[in-house]
Write a protein that binds this ligand. Structure first.
Ligand code: GDP
Length: 439
């Protein structure tokens, strides 16, 4: 996420490296570099100017503490200003009501249907009974897409494929929800490839008639400044409550995330970072600012781990580690758990300093494929007793998995090192603590 921007900001702060104190001249130079980095990331010009003017003002107004270098101080001030410009506080979705009605708006292809599924999944995890309503009256395929999603996540979908009146469908869907004890309805609507009057009229009518608890505007972050302009147009007609930024996992430059709040004055409430149903996050301006600055986001990483890790499984593995019995089956199960957490590169980017180190390196879920192939080519006995895997067995495993003997040897070595480390931790009685820190 935002690799290029993080890299350029880092370079901007480097201009202060080695300087003992903040002066008007060196702050101006750094601020200019920061502004250029923001504009390159497709941040709205006025927003970039406002942020850097504030950074300059703050930096010159603050005494540099002895323990903080000018570079560190500027990073901190930039983080604070980026946080402010992105809205400061996290803003929650409003789902008060019986049922609460959430209206989803946005252009076609922005990710409305995908987000509707993700939101339903998110609410389901909180134990809320949810109904999805398919209101795209133009594309039968869109109704089918929502139905398939609903089946996949175990959430009911209300649709009337023959009906061409979106308001009527939504109203009857809401009645259906009331009769069936659903606490939230999510109304997925039709979009167009570009803003047009008829779409605006339709979505406004839906809003007037349904009186939703929450109206969300979904926008593709890859479209940069266009995302901000579209948000503005929708907001003028709809007065929506919040923004959902999608496709932040892609090669997005970050401009939309930074500019939207300041330009439209509506909070970003969710960010979507992939096509999987789990790839949805609440938007925390402070954490986002930290990530942009390559400071990582350990809090989100831990939260993700807590959401994804199966507690019973974690206990089982913990017990095996304590008994020095961690084997390849356990390793495989851990890989599965990590994969559930989402895009690997994004996850690693949450570790401070890692984002920078990973710039330009391609890591995705496929990175696990060779390891999994090797482990799956082992017999159950071998997986349970890795010590019996000798040279002959390694050659057979390499052949079976289609990987080289070198790769098998590497994995065996890594695994042996891992077990050694676990043993040492056990000796120190700290396994539980160390694992607790990992998860
Ligand atoms: P809609 O027309 O607004 O309902 O958009 P869809 O939900 O059908 O999404 C359009 C395309 O974008 C689909 O191929 C989705 O899988 C994809 N998509 C949606 N959200 C994300 C995301 O956060 N990341 C990525 N990489 N793709 C997404």
């Amino acid at each position: 996420m935002f690799d290029n921007l993080s890299y350029k900001l880092d370079r901007a702060f480097k201009t202060l490296k080695g300087t003992g104190k903040i002066t008007e001249i060196n702050v101006a130079t750094t601020a200019k570099e920061i502004r250029r980095a923001l504009i390159d990331a497709d941040v709205n010009y006025k927003v970039a100017k406002d942020v850097t003017d504030k950074i300059k003002e703050e930096a010159l107004g603050r005494d540099v503490l002895i323990s903080v270098s000018p570079g560190q101080l500027l990073v901190k001030i930039t983080q604070e200003e980026l946080t402010k410009i992105m809205g400061g506080e996290k803003k929650d979705i409003n789902i008060q009501g019986d049922p609460a009605v959430v209206l989803i708006s946005g252009l076609q292809g922005s990710g409305k249907t995908t987000f509707s599924g993700k939101l339903a999944t998110y609410l389901k995890k909180q134990g809320r009974q949810t109904l999805l309503i398919a209101c795209d009256i133009y594309r039968p395929a869109a109704i089918e897409q929502l139905k398939t999603l609903g089946e996949q996540i175990g959430v009911e979908v209300y649709a009337e494929p023959e009906n061409k009146n979106a308001v009527e469908i939504a109203q009857r869907g809401i009645e259906y929800a009331k009769r069936n004890g659903k606490k939230t309805v999510i109304v997925d609507t039709a979009g167009r490839l570009a803003v047009d009057e008829q779409m605006m009229k339709e979505i406004s009518e839906l809003k007037e008639n349904l009186n939703p608890t929450e109206t969300l505007f979904v926008v593709d972050s890859m479209t940069g400044q266009d995302a901000v302009n579209t948000a503005k147009t929708f907001d003028e007609r709809l007065d929506f409550d919040g923004v959902v930024l999608t496709k932040l996992d892609g090669d997005t430059r970050g401009g939309a995330a930074i500019s939207i709040r300041h330009v439209v004055n509506k909070p970003i409430k969710f960010i979507s970072t992939g096509e999987k149903m789990e790839n949805l996050d609440l938007f925390y301006p402070d954490r986002m600012a930290q990530r942009i600055l390559g400071m990582g986001d350990v809090v989100s990483l831990v939260e993700k781990a807590q959401q994804s890790f199966d507690e019973d499984e974690a206990k089982r593995i913990n017990a095996k580690i304590r008994k020095n019995q961690f084997n390849f089956d356990d390793f495989l199960s851990q890989l599965e758990q990590i994969k559930k957490m989402g895009n690997l590169k994004d996850l690693m980017g949450m570790i401070p300093g890692m984002g920078k180190a990973l710039k330009g390196i391609d890591i995705d879920d496929d990175s696990f494929i060779p390891i999994e192939a090797i482990i799956r080519s082992m017999t159950p006995t071998e997986r349970e007793n890795p010590d019996i895997i000798d040279g002959g067995r390694r050659r057979r495993i390499a052949k079976g998995s289609g990987r080289t003997i070198q790769e098998v040897n590497n994995l065996m070595k890594q695994f042996a090192d891992m077990r050694k480390l676990m043993k040492q931790m056990n000796k120190m009685g700290g396994a539980q603590r160390a694992l607790g820190n990992l998860m």
